[in-house]
Ligand binder design. Structure first.
Ligand SMILES: Nc1ncnc2c1ncn2[C@@H]1O[C@H](COP(=O)(O)OP(=O)(O)OP(=O)(O)O)[C@@H](O)[C@H]1O
Ligand SMILES: [Mg+2]
Length: 351
């Protein structure tokens, strides 16, 4: 077992908190670790006691490495003690701090989001599920700088979000392409506004269209000649060409048929690996959220809030119908059901 940068305090092996994960099956032990760490102070040590699968033993080291938590494991008579130290999330790409949002309606104020706190690390893929109207798009709009929080603040790339910026780009459900421009012109549009030289922007558009898998004979096509899936590929290329650090995706595959959706899920996993983006992806499909996310956030409504978070520790690339994908999808869907949320709104599987 690998040990990373064990700081001094970990060596003294005096945990502030102990959790026993033996026989823990559901909720997933990593979620217990995550939830416990959240309540600890910086540098506090958590001891997770584990035996064998399906406890945290196999997955905790990967979880700790990915999150930057120093850890150490010690075996005593078949029982593993996993010491994890909480450290400040120094390389957070996005921080949402105590954000609430309300809108004025005819008969007063409607609270849409209530006290949202969220830290997303560089290169993390976070998916959000929740029933209609729980504020998912509102949160993306706040991060994109298209709306302002009623209270709280958002930091992206170390700077407070005061408005839209090319470091955060949104891909919408309908792609929102300009119908009077060709595919290539759509992709070049933002670069043109940025006054990038024609030759360079042409090359960049070409590269990103290739990355999203759109063959060259469609680069000069007009938008109405494209299928729904191709339009979403162009929308993705148009977002990626701006080279944003954070990609915000609001149900981008919702209007597509099941085969197209699955092939785009596949492509997006590959693009994410190749482009090292930080992605926040909203969907109604729990299975899609599980296939794509390092972490799935479940939203609840009235007022909109983060109800729970689930670490998805499954090897990539992930496919629909894979037993572990199925299991996580079921856990999360059952939890949404228990919350009394409208399950019709949040679909278990794509299609
Ligand atoms: N500009 C606005 N003015 C007033 N109310 C708004 C505004 N934008 C959103 N809302 C309200 O906020 C609530 C949350 O909307 P939002 O679009 O964020 O939900 P959502 O979770 O994205 O839903 P869906 O899954 O249907 O897309 C809704 O009740 C909506 O009517
Ligand atoms: Mg929405």
């Amino acid at each position: 077992m690998k040990t990373v940068n064990t700081p001094k305090k970990l060596d003294s092996l005096k945990p502030e908190k102990v959790i026993d994960l033996r026989q823990a099956i559901c909720p997933h032990p990593l979620n217990v670790i995550r939830d416990t760490l959240r309540d600890l102070q910086e540098n506090d040590v958590l001891l997770a006691v584990s035996d064998h699968e399906p406890t945290a033993l196999e997955n905790a080291p990967r979880f700790c490495e990915r999150r930057g938590y120093p850890f150490r494991t010690v075996e005593q008579e078949g029982v593993w003690n996993i010491f994890i130290q909480k450290v400040e999330e120094r390389d957070a790409r996005l921080k949402v701090e105590n954000v609430s949002k309300s809108f004025h309606s005819g008969d007063g104020k409607v609270s849409v989001l209530n006290d949202i706190n969220l830290t997303i690390r560089d290169g993390e893929f976070v998916t959000i599920v929740g029933s209609s109207g729980c504020g998912k798009s509102t949160l993306l709009n706040l991060i994109a700088g298209l709306e302002k929080p009623t209270s709280g603040q958002i930091f992206a790339n170390g700077k407070r979000v005061e408005g839209p910026g090319s470091d955060r780009v949104v891909v919408f459900q309908e792609g929102a392409l300009f119908p009077w421009l060709t595919v290539r012109e759509n992709v070049e549009f933002g670069l043109k506004l940025r006054k990038v030289a024609p030759k360079i922007r042409r090359e960049m558009a070409q590269d990103y269209l290739k990355l999203v898998g759109l063959t060259e004979n469609f680069h000069d096509a007009s938008v109405h000649q494209l299928s729904g899936g191709m339009k979403q590929r162009v929308a993705l290329a148009r977002a990626l060409v701006m080279e944003p650090a954070i990609l915000l995706m609001d149900e981008p595959f919702a209007a597509l048929d099941i085969q197209t959706r699955e092939s785009l899920q596949d492509e997006l996993q590959r693009i994410w690996v190749e482009s090292h983006k930080t992605i926040i992806f909203v969907t109604h499909h729990v299975e899609e959220a599980v296939i794509l996310g390092d972490r799935v956030l479940v939203f609840a409504k009235n007022p909109g809030r983060i109800k729970s978070e689930h670490e998805i520790d499954i090897e990539r690339p992930r496919q629909p119908g894979h037993p572990e994908v199925f299991l996580y999808t079921k856990w999360i869907t059952d939890e949404i059901r228990e919350n009394g949320e409208a399950v019709n709104d949040v679909q278990e599987a794509a299609g």
